[in-house]
Design a protein around this ligand. Structure first.
Ligand code: 3H9
Length: 693
């Protein structure tokens, strides 16, 4: 597509049709902006042209500015200039909005003199989700067109509206199945009737008072979000200042926010999530296998949640158990979850009935025979898993993908228990599986390329964010988490308190710290795994031995005897920790918050570097995507590897060396890749750029 002009102009019947074609989403690259200006000039100069229509190729109208250009030196013309070229035409310009018009894409449409949208089009200003504000006149033209309050709402919630809603609010003039034909017809009518007033010259902003009220409420709720203040300020300028001055105010905010590390992080998150869906090393032309029916083995909390994910995506699924009793319990849990959603108002009764109708419960593995993908979600026990996969090789139809939901176990060993290891891979969902976005797709040594492509595509269909991981203990996420867990335990022994460790992470932006999280999940899970693998974690073990298993026993690292969910520090826990410290021969000391944070995060980053080095993850961005979608890493810090680049790799290397020297634990020594990058002035981002090239 690169050799095709991204903007073409064709003149027919008195109409100049400007057509944008810049796959995949018609982002406003420098070539598109330049093309728009040239097309506007040509349309102005041609006396046979009476009116202009702007439209685009494919499913989207324009997805906005090209996010990948933001970090690079700007290339003229700017988007505001390109839009001004269209708006400044004396002939009427009509946008034919064939699909999503987002961000700069909607701003192009706002610069046109009228707008016609296809019924499926969605219109919005999502810049706030990237830590920005609309930067090509959106904050000035939209309030003048639809009123300041609705405009402010659109730009501060960032969610697009339907074509119908856009028409109701005066954002589009017509909605038509064939938007292009309707736009052409409207353009000719306007050529006769006269060019409508451009939105920049309208002044119907609505009530100032209502705007100030809405602004105050937004600023109160989103005090920590710099985009909200910028949007409010820019829209206020639309009331108080001439258009050009309002544009200058908007531009100043846009340029400032674009350089803010928080916006850089959010842009990284957007691109990294999409890059993660591209599987490296897949033979050209590999096609995913069709998936029309699924089966899930094991109707526990995990299996039930996975079955719900299928049903939510409209895929019929058989939920399989070993006894009628277990099956009934599992189905009841699923029904209960859906009923709660209906009660909360997040699901309609009709949708609930439809989803429940897609889940069929069966006893016995034979029920998996008709499925195109089978997800095993039984206990984490290698023997049991091997037995199931051994049976599945006979039961599953040829070509079915056989997935295990194991969180730790060796997928290659499981695959070796069948004669069809090419069909076997891991699909590691996160709990609750119907809610959590992350899906680690584990590629075994023998996994067939099309089986892998099937799991990744299926992940997207299930509205998950799939990330491919190689085989290793704990895959990408849990392997790094193990580093944090071990360090959190160590910090307690050295003198920190659970609430101090948790606070270091919640202050950083996590919703929960490791100990509050452990209490929620139940301490017995880790205890069982440690016992099976011969490991110890003295404080955690002592809590379990004392029957403190977390929220479910009303006592864990914290005391939950109040409402059962809010933990408060417990003197008994402090006594228990002090006892363990003494047993370990450690003199307790007060540990500063900054040290706690560094000791929790840097060993994880170090493990991430090893994961990259070994090729378990293909890109640093994949590791970030795992942590952002599966472990609550705060998006505006971009994920562990992005954060590492921001801190500076030499600093991380130096601190890891300090930690290793102080503890005598050589596993804390910096990984070879981390060292190499730090010494050569490289970064994880630069590695990813090389991979992409
Ligand atoms: C802005 O406009 C600022 C202005 O106000 C001011 C400027 C001065 N740029 O999501 P998908 C790529 S800020 C570059 O999987 P879908 C994406 O990386 C922008 N690339 O498809 C992926 O690439 P690949 C405001 C972009 O069908 C491919 O397109 N706009 C951009 O599920 C497919 O993407 C937004 O924030 C972009 N703007 O969803 C809208 N957008 O194939 C962002 C996408 O190589 N975009 N790509 O992995 C979206 O929300 C969705 O992409 C969209 C399509 C709904 C359009």
């Amino acid at each position: 597509m690169a050799d095709q002009e991204p903007v073409t102009l064709s003149i027919e019947g008195g109409i100049a049709e400007i057509r944008i074609s810049n796959p995949p989403v018609n982002a406003l690259s420098a070539a598109v902006r330049g093309g728009l200006v040239r097309a506007a000039e040509a349309a102005a100069a041609d006396p046979s042209v009476r009116a202009v229509v702007v439209t685009a190729e494919g499913r989207t109208f324009i997805a906005g500015a090209d996010i990948t250009e933001f970090g690079k030196p700007p290339i003229p013309p700017s988007l505001p200039e390109a839009i001004a070229a269209l708006e400044g035409l004396a002939k009427p310009v009509v946008a034919a909005i064939n699909g999503a018009a987002l961000g700069g894409g909607l701003e192009v449409a706002l610069g046109c003199h009228a707008r016609v949208a296809a019924p499926a089009a969605r219109l919005g200003l999502p810049e706030i989700k990237l830590g920005l504000l609309p930067g090509a006149g959106g904050t000035q033209r939209l309030p003048r067109l639809v009123g300041a309050v609705p405009a402010l709402r659109l730009m501060t919630d960032g969610n697009p509206v339907s074509a119908g809603d856009a028409q109701a609010m005066g954002l589009v003039d017509e909605v038509a199945e064939d938007a292009l034909a309707a736009a052409r017809a409207l353009a000719l009518r306007l050529a006769d009737a006269g060019r409508p007033t451009p939105s920049r010259d309208r002044m119907d902003l609505g009530s100032r008072e209502a705007f100030e009220e809405a602004a105050a409420a937004l600023l109160k709720k989103g005090a920590e979000n710099p985009s909200i203040g910028a949007c409010v300020d820019a829209v206020r300028a639309a009331f108080d200042k001439p258009f050009e001055e309002g544009m200058a105010a908007e531009r100043a905010h846009f340029l400032r926010l674009r350089e803010d590390p928080r916006s850089k992080a959010l842009r990284h998150v957007f691109l990294a999530e999409r890059a993660a869906a591209r599987i490296p090393g897949l033979p050209k032309g590999t096609k995913p296998r069709p998936v029309e029916r699924a089966a899930v083995i094991g109707a526990g909390t995990m299996g039930g949640g996975i079955a719900m994910s299928f049903a939510n995506a409209g895929i019929p699924v058989t939920l399989i158990e070993t006894s009628e009793e277990n099956l009934a319990r599992g189905l009841e849990r699923v029904a209960g979850n859906y009923a709660t959603s209906v009660k909360r108002g997040s699901l309609s009764e009709e949708a609930r009935a439809k989803r429940m109708g897609l889940i069929e419960g069966k006893v016995g593995l034979e029920a998996a025979a008709g499925a195109d993908v089978i997800v095993e979600a039984v206990f984490e026990e290698m023997g049991l898993k091997k037995e199931i996969f051994g049976k599945l090789q006979e039961i599953a139809r040829p070509g079915a993908v056989l997935a295990t939901n194991t969180s730790y176990l060796d997928v290659d060993e499981i695959a070796a228990s069948t004669r069809r290891p090419g069909d076997v891979l891991g699909m590691h969902f996160f709990s609750p599986a119907n809610v959590m976005k992350l899906l680690e797709v584990v590629r075994g040594r023998e996994t067939a390329p099309d089986a892998l492509a099937t799991a990744v595509e299926l992940g997207r269909k299930l509205a998950k964010v799939p990330v491919v991981s190689g085989v290793c203990y704990g895959f990408i996420g849990n392997r790094m988490l193990a580093r944090r867990t071990a360090m959190a335990e160590r910090l307690l022994q050295e003198g920190a308190l659970p609430q101090e460790v948790d606070k270091a992470l919640t202050d950083f932006g996590f919703r929960m710290g490791p100990f509050a999280m452990a209490d929620l999940a139940g301490l017995d899970i880790g205890w069982r795994i440690r016992k099976a693998t011969g490991k110890t974690s003295p404080v955690a073990d002592a809590l379990c031995e004392a029957g403190r298993l977390g929220q479910k026993t009303k006592r864990g690292y914290y005391d939950y005897s109040g409402d059962g969910r809010t933990g408060t520090p417990d003197p008994e826990v402090l006594a228990l920790i002090e006892r363990v410290s003494a047993e370990q021969g450690l003199t307790r000391r007060s540990i500063p918050q900054e040290e706690i944070l560094e000791r929790l995060l840097y060993p994880m980053i170090n493990e991430g570097a090893r994961i990259l080095e070994e090729g378990v993850a293909a890109r640093a961005g994949d590791i970030d995507t795992v942590w952002l979608n599966g472990y609550g890493w705060p998006a505006w810090t971009g994920g562990p590897m992005f954060h590492a680049d921001l801190v500076g790799l030499p600093r991380i290397v130096a601190r890891l060396r300090d930690f290793a020297a102080a503890s005598g634990d050589d596993s804390l020594q910096p990984a070879a890749l981390l060292l190499r990058l730090a010494e050569s002035g490289g970064s994880f981002a630069s590695l990813d750029q090389k991979e992409a090239a």
